[in-house]
Design a protein around this ligand. Sequence first.
Ligand SMILES: [Zn+2]
Length: 282
Amino acid sequence: MTPLEGALWLVAHGFPVFPCDHPGTDRCSGVGRGHNPATCEERGKHPAVPFTRAYTSDPQQVRQTFARPRNVGVAIGATLGPDDTQLLVVDSDEPGAIEAAAAKLGHQHEPTMRVTTAKGHHDYYWAPRSMKLGNGLGSLRGKFDGDIRAGNAYVIGPGSVHRSGAVYELEEPEAPPVYAPQWLLDALRAPAVPPRPRRPYMGPPTGKTSPLVRLVSYVAEATTNRNNRLYWAACRAFEHARTSGEPDAGIAQALLDAGRHTGLSEAECRSTIRSAYQRTAR
Ligand SMILES: [Zn+2]
């Protein structure tokens, strides 16, 4: 499936789409505020239009838009499901993540429309429109390795190409989304866990050489530009590990702890550290 074919399939099945950056182009076509297309490292994911407004369900417009290399974004908030429902996408960061989370809560995963991604999969469900959904994990927090996409959100759709070269694929084109199972709705309805108080910072791990210690402190002491500082420090730390031949085991955890200490979420820290790791691995 190409992005155009994926987009045509999506609009034919009631999912409005919009163009996103395609990793095969020279530079990112993302339009986000503060985003620099020339230095973008997260290729293939960024909306090329203001997606909360500039989506379409018109096949003709889809053909024009995706005549150029563009990935497909699914405009989640603009998707209207049957019986007054909204779209809810469960984004598993590894295969089997939502199945494992369901089991931890004493339930079984409900098979539904699924798109495999580079790392895991997207499960598409219908949820009552009256339910306020966003990115909150509710009681899945800590039990689920992934994200919830609903409301003002998007996912990269089938036919799109990940920067690794993997193609997002519809697992079973004839399987439409099913209604989200009650256990999942209950889990997401659970009151958001109040932001954790800043965790006491236990200091850098022992046995590490001083450059890493300094980098971890630099992150932990951040009160502004926390994410940028984490990214910068993580790049330096991984570079240091590579040039010095020291094992990088423990570096990511130390940086994660330091990032969490500043109030960044675990998901934010992980994503930033992963980007730094991938950047320095090249
Ligand atoms: Zn970008």
